[in-house]
Design a protein around this ligand. Sequence first.
Ligand SMILES: Nc1nc2c(ncn2[C@@H]2O[C@H](COP(=O)(O)OP(=O)(O)OP(=O)(O)O)[C@@H](O)[C@H]2O)c(=O)[nH]1
Ligand SMILES: [Mg+2]
Length: 332
Amino acid sequence: MQFIDQARIAVRAGRGGDGIIAFRREKYVPAGGPAGGDGGNGGNIVLVADTNLQTLLDFKFKRLFLAEDGKRGGPNRSTGSSGKDSLIRVPCGTEVRHLHTGMILGDLTSDGERIVIAFGGRGGLGNAHYLSNRNRAPEKCTEGKEGEEWLIQLELKLLAEVGIIGLPNAGKSSLIRALSSARPKVADYPFTTLVPNLGVVRRPTGDGTVFADIPGLIAGASEGIGLGHEFLRHIQRTKLLIHLVDSGSEDPVKDFSVVEKELKAYGHGLIDRPRILVLNKVELLGENHQKDLVDSLEEVTGKKLTLISVAMKKGLDLLLNKVWGELDYQCL
Ligand SMILES: Nc1nc2c(ncn2[C@@H]2O[C@H](COP(=O)(O)OP(=O)(O)OP(=O)(O)O)[C@@H](O)[C@H]2O)c(=O)[nH]1
Ligand SMILES: [Mg+2]
């Protein structure tokens, strides 16, 4: 399935139905008076969050959404029926903006949440409304109003609590495979992962926490090199980042700073997000080399390192304990 996380759509809510001019005509009711009904209201365009959807792919094929118009009023003061709302389903985590102003209309985060993004026009008034002592037989009615019409920008930001970041090949996808039942592809070449993957990791209590594995970052990502910054959007909402460094790479210290620099360049407060620094593939290191590397990384970063080997399943419990500890601490 293709992963699409941005879309533009055009929406037009329904027009209100016109009011009408009519007079009551019944046997034995002389001069029955004005009886033109009001028009019905136009239908709204409503976005609804749906947990069953994962991407905005549908909007690649359908971009224009219309809601039904309200019906004209009828005789005998009967109001026309209102137009049906048009419901558009979007994945949870979709942010909605006006395309031209950039104004945020809403953020759909939980299943079933809805927002009206274009209101239908009100129905017009029938002549029954204009009855007065001066004018017993008004020949006046109003037209229905046009529905709102907008260009809308949809942007999907995945809802994960923990984001896994690092250079390509650091073992991000391997880690999420080891911790959850997510099955992203793992291979020994960079940019194996092209779209973000989510995995649910169980706590000892049984509750699930969503982790996101995003494609690797490289130097210059902020200028669009590699897969660029494109996917950092999906970790904007995380509470915690796991920064994976590959201890088998030529210069792990430099690898660390590259990612750090890209996080800074991206902005949105990502650089200040709580982060656990993790050295992966430690089984590749000799004991002395490991100590030197850990010392120099801790010195540069000022952080305590967590050592793991996804391949040997070493250190994963310790890492998870740190993750739960940090998340719980944030909830206090
Ligand atoms: N020796 C060793 N290899 C590992 C370990 N963890 C992952 N690998 C290997 O590292 C390579 C890259 O792993 P991935 O999980 O695809 O790396 P990634 O960070 O998701 O890479 P991209 O998706 O390209 O950004 C694979 O060949 C893995 O088998 C480990 O603990 N030890
Ligand atoms: Mg990967």
